[in-house]
Design a protein around this ligand. Structure first.
Ligand SMILES: NC(=O)c1ccc[n+]([C@@H]2O[C@H](COP(=O)([O-])OP(=O)(O)OC[C@H]3O[C@@H](n4cnc5c(N)ncnc54)[C@H](O)[C@@H]3O)[C@@H](O)[C@H]2O)c1
Length: 444
């Protein structure tokens, strides 16, 4: 324990999940270590800066680093021996088979084990991992532990924050899940999360691991559901906006999380649905909803591409301008960006792609190198274009004068993948308006 009687906490993995939590616990007066293998990240944190965009994070880091409540390090031997609680927050990307790649988690577990220094340490798995991982982490630690007198418990406590809202979501979570049967670990985790006004739900570690996959797969399913309803609306001359307005009034369904568009993307949903499908297959070896979700979602980009081909009478040599590249609105994060997937598919078919994004220029210039000409100014992207595709609902795109936009273009196709614009207004201006799920006079 620290001199103030509070447990010392380390976050292994100072990314989108680990770092906001580290900053918040430090701000609450805990002695916190943020441990990462990325030296540049650690250097920036120790200078009092956030190494990535997240509202409110830099201010909080600047404060707690100055107070020495948050210390960033690459050295396990500096942080782990003093820590009573260690959160594992490293990445769990998909491997080639679609399973969660557990290499980072197991490597972190091994190094934690070699450096245990307290009589009892709680090791918390906050990364998203397949059911059964708690036992594997426990085995790694038991084998790699240098001193068998150092006791430990492994707990599953999955994370639900949204990127772009990390501080807000961490301070106001919907719930804290504590997956453990160890009374000392449960007491310690309940205590440190005590300031949060939300249910703290204690359950088995296996259930906790499934909760995270269940939440992400359910939300991904709503997106695929909305996409399929959009297809039907387009085919029969209905409008998905009207369908959602009518359907969502049912209180059992609600008006949240209806997002027809390019399918689900981002860092978590695609890899987590694939990992769930793999885990289901490995445990039950029978047909399952999650494999089908993944297949339908993967097919989404191809379908949009075919529709674009039809709208423009072929894609070869046509200049398409893409506005909006990031995976989420008002964010620079390109991980799992569905616009990037669509760009690859369009470019493969011979389209010439120009693009603009107000947030993700740096990230996109690396990821889409050689595939697209990026512009710093949205108007500069338009001359000689045959079509304008708006793919991310950045606020900026809602408030432009589209008469000027239209004047700059050669063609008049306007694809609105997120339904941010008014169909009738756009038609009045002279666009061939193609809105996702909009079958009104827009036969595809
Ligand atoms: N990003 C989200 O919105 C979000 C939300 C909920 C859950 N999750 C889950 O949380 C986990 C972490 O996600 P993230 O977005 O924070 O990832 P991230 O890539 O932003 O951060 C992971 C960090 O771990 C570091 N790292 C890797 N191996 C390490 C090791 N052995 N020791 C120390 N550091 C190591 C990396 O350098 C990186 O900085 C994933 O399992 C993810 O699925 C993410």
């Amino acid at each position: 324990m620290a001199p103030n009687g509070k447990p010392v906490i380390t976050f292994v993995g100072a990314g989108y999940v680990g770092l906001p939590w580290a900053a918040i616990f430090a701000n609450w007066g805990y002695q916190v270590y943020a441990l990462d293998v990325d030296e540049k990240k650690i250097e920036r944190i120790n200078k009092g800066e956030a190494p990535f965009e997240e509202p409110g994070l830099t201010e909080m880091i600047a404060k707690v680093v100055k107070e020495k409540k948050l210390i960033a390090t690459t050295d396990y031997a500096e942080a782990i021996p003093k820590s009573n609680i260690v959160f594992i927050c490293v990445g769990t990307p998909s491997n080639a088979k679609g399973e969660a790649d557990m290499g980072y988690v197991f490597s972190a577990a091994e190094k934690i084990a070699q450096n245990l220094g307290q009589p009892f340490t709680v090791i918390v798995d906050r990364s998203t991992v397949p059911p059964g991982t708690v036992h594997k982490v426990r085995d790694y630690i038991t084998k790699a532990r240098k001193d068998p007198q150092k006791e430990f418990a492994v707990v599953s406590s999955p994370e639900f924050l949204r990127q772009g809202h990390a501080i807000e979501d961490t301070l106001h979570p919907s719930r804290i899940i504590i997956g453990s049967d160890d009374p000392r670990a449960i007491a310690l985790l309940t205590e440190i999360h005590g300031a949060l006004d939300c249910p703290k739900v204690v359950m088995s570690a296996e259930s906790a691991e499934i909760v995270k996959y269940a939440a992400n797969a359910y939300l991904a399913m709503r997106i695929v559901f909305a996409d399929q309803m959009s297809n039907l609306a387009e085919a029969v001359g209905a409008d998905i906006k009207e369908v959602i307005a009518g359907t969502s009034l049912d209180p059992r369904i609600g008006d949240h999380f209806w997002y027809p568009g390019l399918g689900y993307g981002g860092y978590c949903f695609p890899k987590d649905v694939k990992a769930l499908a793999s885990s289901y297959q490995a445990n039950l070896n029978e047909p399952n909803l999650f494999s089908i979700l993944d297949e339908l979602n993967e097919a989404r980009i191809e379908r949009i591409c075919q529709l674009a081909e039809r709208q423009l009478n072929g894609l070869t040599g046509h200049k398409i301008v893409i506005w909006g590249l990031s995976a989420k609105p008002q964010s620079p994060d390109m991980r799992g960006s569905t616009p990037a997937n669509l760009i690859k598919a369009l470019a493969d078919r011979g389209a010439i792609i120009h693009a603009y994004d107000p947030y993700a220029w740096e990230e996109a210039s690396g990821m889409l190198k050689g595939m697209v000409q990026l512009h710093r100014d949205h108007m500069a992207s338009l001359p000689d274009s045959d079509g304008l595709f708006i793919l991310t609902e950045h606020q900026e795109f809602k408030n432009l004068d589209y008469r000027i936009v239209k004047d700059q273009m050669r063609g008049k196709l306007l694809f609105d993948a997120k339904r941010v614009l008014d169909r009738d207004q756009m038609r009045k201006i002279g666009f061939d308006y193609w809105g996702i799920g909009d079958g009104k006079g827009n036969k595809l």
